[in-house]
Write a protein that binds this ligand. Structure first.
Ligand SMILES: *[C@@H]1O[C@H](CO)[C@@H](O)[C@H](O)[C@H]1NC(C)=O
Ligand SMILES: *[C@@H]1O[C@H](CO)[C@@H](O)[C@H](O)[C@H]1NC(C)=O
Ligand SMILES: *[C@@H]1O[C@H](CO)[C@@H](O)[C@H](O)[C@H]1NC(C)=O
Ligand SMILES: *[C@@H]1O[C@H](CO)[C@@H](O)[C@H](O)[C@H]1NC(C)=O
Length: 497
C-alpha cells in the first residue's frame, strides 16, 4: 500500500491528503488507547539475549531471508528495488556490519551442535515428573501490568509443539498438482524438477494429546460467520495458501468470493500485487485473509510528497491494517522474523522510530533488540484489545526455521537432504525453540502457535534447489514445499480454534 501511495501522480494528491488525514485520526485515536506499553530498553539486554539463545538448539533463526524468496514476495516497485539492496547488504553483513547478529548466530549454531542430545534427555526426564504447565517467570512479567491482568489461566494440558513425526499414507491433504487457484507455482514442488516426495507423507503426532484430524467441513463449520486473518511475512503467506488448499482439498472452488475490497486489499497503481488477499466461502460465510506485514510494525513515509523519502518504521506501533480491522477478526495469526536484518531495513529505507521519534538508543537499534521490542509491542497491543473482542483468538506463530548448510543463501548454502526424519523425529522440550516469541506471549491472552521445533526436524521439506525462480546455485532453504510443513502448522492451529 505504501508502495502504491508512493507511486501516485500529482492529480491524486487530494486523495493522498484524505488518506493522510484519516491515518492521522487513526493514529491519534490509537495513541489514546489505554494499555499501550512502551518497552524501555534494558541495560542488561545483550547478556540476557545470549543466555536465552544459548539455551537450546536453534537452527539459522536470525539470518536474512534469501533472495529467492523475495522474488515471490515483492509487493511493489519499492520492495522490488529493495531486493537488489538486500543482496548487496547481505554481503556487507558478513564483513562485520552487525557484529551482534553474527555473534548470536554463531552461538546458535554452536549450541545446536553440542546441546541437542543432553537437552533432549533432560527434558524427557522433566516430562515424566513435571506437569506441562509452564511457570510464569517474574522476568517475563516485570513492568507489564497488562500481561498480569490477562494472565492466561487456560488449561495447558496439551502442548502441541511436543510430539513426533510419523509416516501416514493418507497424506498429503491435497495434491501438489492441484490447488492452482490458491497455490503459487513457485511453492508447488510437484511442478518443479523435484522427484522425491517422501516429505509429503508425514503427519505430526502430538505427545499426550489427540489432535483432531483436519476436515474441511469441520473447519468451515467451526468457522461459520467468522474471519481468520494471517498477518506476517512470506512464511505467513505460505500458511495462508496452505490453508486455502486444505479447506478446498485442492479442488477448484468457483463459488469462493474475493472480498479483498472489504479489507482495503486492492491493487494500487504501481504495485505488483495487492498488500494481501481475502476470500469468503459462501456456504458457511467463512473469510480467510492474508495481509503482508513483514515486520509487524507500522511503516509510514516520512515525507509523503517526496519520491525518495525514507520510511518511519514504528517499532512500538502495530501495523495500521491491524488497528483498522482487528474488530473483524475471530482468529488472528501473526508472524515475523526473517526480514529483521540490517540489509533489508537499509534497502527499504526504513528508519527505526520509537515513541514517534527516530531511535537514537544504539542498544535498542541492534536488530534482535528492535525485533524483540516490536514483537513485545504488538503482542502487548493485541492483548490490550482482547477484552474488547472476547471472541477473538489471537496467535503468534513462532519463527519458521531455516536450514542452509555449508553457507548462507547467497554463498552456496544448501539443503539437499531428501530423507524425512534424518534430522530427528521427536520434540520433547517444554519451552519453545523460539524464545523471543515464547517469552513475549507468556502471561498474555495471545496464544503461542509453536511450530519452530517440529519444523526444525524437517530440513528435507524446503524448496531447496528446485525453486522455479531460483538462479542456478541459489537454494531456498527458508520457504517450504506445498503441500508440506505449513499444512501441519494449520493442523496445529485448527486443534486450538
Ligand atoms: C525482550 O523484550 C521484553 C519486553 O521489553 C524484555 O522483558 C525481554 O527481556 C527482552 N528480551 C531480551 C532477550 O532482551
Ligand atoms: C456473515 O458473518 C458476519 C459476521 O462475521 C455477519 O455480520 C454477516 O451478517 C454474515 N452474513 C451472512 C450472509 O450470514
Ligand atoms: C450466521 O449468520 C446467519 C445470518 O446472520 C445466522 O442466521 C446464523 O445463525 C449464524 N450462524 C452461526 C453459527 O452463528
Ligand atoms: C547440494 O547440491 C548442490 C547442487 O547439486 C551442490 O552444488 C552442493 O554442493 C550440495 N551440497 C551439499 C552439502 O552436498
Amino acid at each position: 500500500m505504501k508502495g502504491g501511495l508512493y507511486g501516485l501522480k500529482g492529480k491524486e494528491i487530494g486523495l493522498i491528503s484524505i488518506v493522510l488525514m484519516s491515518a492521522t485520526i487513526i493514529i491519534w485515536s490509537w495513541e489514546k488507547t489505554p494499555g499501550l506499553t512502551l518497552f524501555l530498553p534494558s541495560q542488561t539486554r545483550v547478556q540476557q539475549s545470549s543466555d536465552i539463545l544459548m539455551r537450546r538448539p536453534v537452527v539459522n533463526l536470525l539470518a536474512p531471508e534469501p533472495h529467492v524468496g523475495e522474488v515471490g514476495s515483492s509487493f511493489s516497485k519499492k520492495e522490488a528495488t529493495a531486493q537488489k539492496g538486500s543482496e548487496e547488504s547481505s554481503s556487507r553483513r558478513s564483513t562485520g556490519d552487525s557484529n551482534t547478529e553474527t555473534t548470536s548466530y554463531k552461538e546458535q549454531i554452536l549450541s545446536s551442535a553440542q546441546g541437542d542430545q543432553t537437552s533432549k534427555q533432560k527434558d524427557h526426564k522433566k516430562d515424566l515428573v513435571a506437569p506441562i504447565q509452564t511457570p510464569l517467570t517474574s522476568s517475563s512479567l516485570n513492568g507489564n501490568d497488562n500481561k498480569l491482568r490477562n494472565k492466561d489461566t487456560e488449561n495447558k494440558a496439551c502442548n502441541y509443539a511436543k510430539g513426533k513425526w510419523v509416516l501416514d499414507d493418507n497424506r498429503p491433504l491435497y495434491s501438489g498438482f492441484g490447488c492452482k487457484q490458491w497455490l503459487s507455482g513457485m511453492w508447488a514442488c510437484r511442478l518443479t524438477q523435484r522427484t522425491d516426495f517422501a516429505y509429503e507423507k508425514l503427519r505430526w503426532q502430538p505427545k499426550d494429546c489427540k489432535m483432531d484430524e483436519f476436515e474441511k467441513s469441520k473447519f468451515l463449520q467451526r468457522m461459520q460467520n467468522k474471519t481468520l486473518a494471517f498477518v506476517g511475512d512470506s512464511l505467513g503467506r505460505q500458511q495462508f495458501q496452505s490453508l486455502m488448499c486444505m479447506i478446498t482439498g485442492g479442488e477448484e472452488t468457483p463459488d469462493v468470493e474475493d472480498v479483498g475490497k472489504e479489507f482495503g486489499l486492492i491493487l494500487v497503481e504501481g504495485a505488483a500485487r495487492p498488500s494481501g488477499w481475502a476470500y469468503r466461502f459462501p456456504s458457511t460465510n467463512t473469510t480467510i485473509l492474508y495481509y503482508w506485514s513483514s515486520i509487524l510494525c507500522d511503516v509510514e513515509p516520512i515525507d509523503a510528497n517526496n519520491r525518495d523519502t525514507d520510511y518511519a518504521m514504528h517499532l512500538d506501533r502495530p501495523p495500521a491494517f491491524l488497528r483498522e480491522f482487528i474488530h473483524k477478526f475471530d482468529v488472528l495469526v501473526l508472524n515475523t522474523g526473517h526480514h529483521w536484518n540490517r540489509g533489508k531495513i537499509k534497502a527499504n529505507r526504513w528508519v527505526m522510530h520509537v515513541g514517534g521519534v527516530p531511535l537514537t538508543d544504539r542498544k535498542l537499534a541492534v536488530i534482535w533488540a528492535a525485533k524483540n521490542l516490536t514483537i513485545n509491542s504488538v503482542v502487548s497491543w493485541v492483548n490490550s484489545q482482547l477484552p474488547k473482542y472476547p471472541g477473538l483468538k489471537a496467535f503468534f506463530r513462532s519463527i519458521s526455521p531455516r536450514h542452509f548448510m555449508g553457507g548462507e543463501w547467497n554463498t552456496g548454502g544448501s539443503c539437499n537432504n531428501t530423507t524425512p526424519m534424518s534430522v530427528g523425529k521427536e520434540i520433547l522440550d517444554d519451552e519453545s525453540a523460539d524464545p523471543v516469541v515464547g517469552n513475549a506471549v507468556k502471561g498474555t491472552g495471545v496464544k503461542l502457535l509453536d511450530i519452530t521445533g517440529l519444523s526444525q526436524l524437517r530440513d528435507e521439506g524446503h524448496m531447496s534447489r528446485f525453486s522455479i525462480t531460483a538462479k542456478p546455485g541459489v537454494q531456498d532453504c527458508l520457504h517450504w514445499c506445498l503441500p508440506g510443513i505449513p499444512d501441519t502448522w494449520n493442523e496445529v492451529l485448527f486443534a486450538q480454534i
